[in-house]
Ligand binder design. Structure first.
Ligand SMILES: Cc1ncc(COP(=O)(O)O)c(C=O)c1O
Length: 376
């Protein structure tokens, strides 16, 4: 966020949500505290079942963060040292660092200028003999072009790990994201559409053997049901804990309703900002359902608009001002002649407006009026 104090209409507020759920959240926390079971107990198990059911996934495995979900999913599908993985550069840095953590190399790919998700044609050009997998990021709640990316993966024998950190319940041609590729990686960072009160994440898979690999990787390599000190592989401690799972179970029951509220806010923005020299997101591009983790518009005079909104006490933020390929750790990763014009353009023009399920229609109208005034 650009402001140092909380603006009158913040970019995001969890306060109302937590106030409304206060009794249930406290009951959930007490239930865990009183149970004396804090790691891999009934709450994690139940949450995994309920989250998988909500998505229509065969298996969901709770882990400690979205970053760990990505790394574990990649390792489970076979990504290792020396491999290349195609990732969009216009994303949160974890999409790339999860690849690097395995000794593999992210190969950056430009985005489609409309959806701001991985451009399948650019991905096809970037795929080479060492490419092992690709990570479509369903950015801001907008599904990536999974038909074209799926066709590319089949043609080249690549695995697909979907980065669903910003895309809970997002759908593409009737299928929920996280159930389309070989694995899905979810974040429950507090600000996400489904947020814990700390770090948390999940991996979704269809194949039961892959689910068991993911369970082992998140739990020090232990075989499920095996003895506590017998290990099937090298794993880490990346477990989802009982307290976070209990909180997530309370919130998951509201996720569909919250998603509808997010879409209603987005619809009001789209109507309220029509006709201005802006590029606005779509409620759903051909057969997809955008779940609006963020409402990101594009504006040629982005920085001036951001300053104007800040002066009007309206929260706003730039996602992402510097694409991953230009970040320090990846300074050497760019290949000669490579360029990412659509990524650069998005980094220069993208601006997020306030959006959360409890945002009132009157507040959306206030934001729209402030944006209209900027263009007067
Ligand atoms: C696109 C994307 N990928 C991965 C992550 C990483 O998730 P986490 O912060 O839970 O590690 C995030 C969230 O911050 C994200 O937005």
């Amino acid at each position: 966020m650009n402001q140092t104090t909380t603006p009158q209409i913040p970019l995001l507020s969890l306060k109302k949500q937590h106030e409304r759920l206060s009794t249930e959240l406290h009951q959930a926390l007490s239930r865990v505290l009183d149970s004396g079971v804090y790691i891999l107990g009934p709450e994690v198990k139940q949450f995994e079942t309920e989250f998988a059911a909500a998505l229509g996934a065969h298996h969901a495995v709770g882990v400690s963060s979205g970053t760990d979900a990505l790394r574990i999913a990649l390792e489970a599908v076979g990504v290792g040292p020396g491999d290349e993985v195609l990732v969009p550069s216009f994303t949160f840095v974890a999409t790339a660092t999860a690849v690097s953590a395995l000794g593999a190399r992210p190969r950056f790919v430009d985005i489609d200028p409309e959806s701001m998700t991985m451009d399948p044609a650019a991905a096809a050009r970037a795929a080479g003999p060492r490419t092992r997998a690709l990570i479509p990021v369903h950015l801001f709640g907008q599904p990536a072009d999974m038909d074209a990316l799926g066709a590319l993966a089949r043609a080249k024998g690549l695995k697909i790990v979907e980065d669903c950190a910003q895309a809970h319940l997002c759908a593409y041609h009737g299928r929920t994201v996280g159930t389309i590729g070989d694995a899905g990686a979810f974040s429950f960072y507090p600000s996400k559409n489904l947020g814990a009160v700390g770090d948390a994440g999940a991996v979704t898979v269809a194949d039961p053997a892959l689910a068991e690999t993911v369970r082992q990787l998140r739990n020090c390599g232990r075989e499920t049901g095996g003895s506590a000190y017998s290990y099937a592989r090298i794993g880490q401690n990346c477990r989802l804990d009982e307290l976070q799972a209990a909180i997530l179970r309370v919130k998951l029951k509201r996720l569909r309703e919250w998603t509808e509220s997010r879409r209603a806010v987005a619809r009001r923005y789209i109507e309220g900002l029509a006709g201005l020299p802006l590029r606005l997101p779509d409620l759903g591009r051909s057969g997809s359902v955008h779940t609006f983790h963020l409402f990101v518009l594009r504006c040629e005079r982005r920085d001036a608009l951001a300053a104007h909104l800040t002066r009007h006490d309206i929260g706003n933020a730039v996602y992402y001002p510097v694409p991953v390929h230009r970040q320090k750790p990846y300074a050497a990763a760019q290949l000669p002649g490579e360029s990412f014009p659509h990524t650069e353009e998005a980094a220069r023009t993208a601006l997020a407006l306030p959006l959360y399920p409890e945002l009132e229609p009157g507040e959306v109208d206030t934001v729209c009026r402030a944006v209209r005034e900027f263009f007067k």
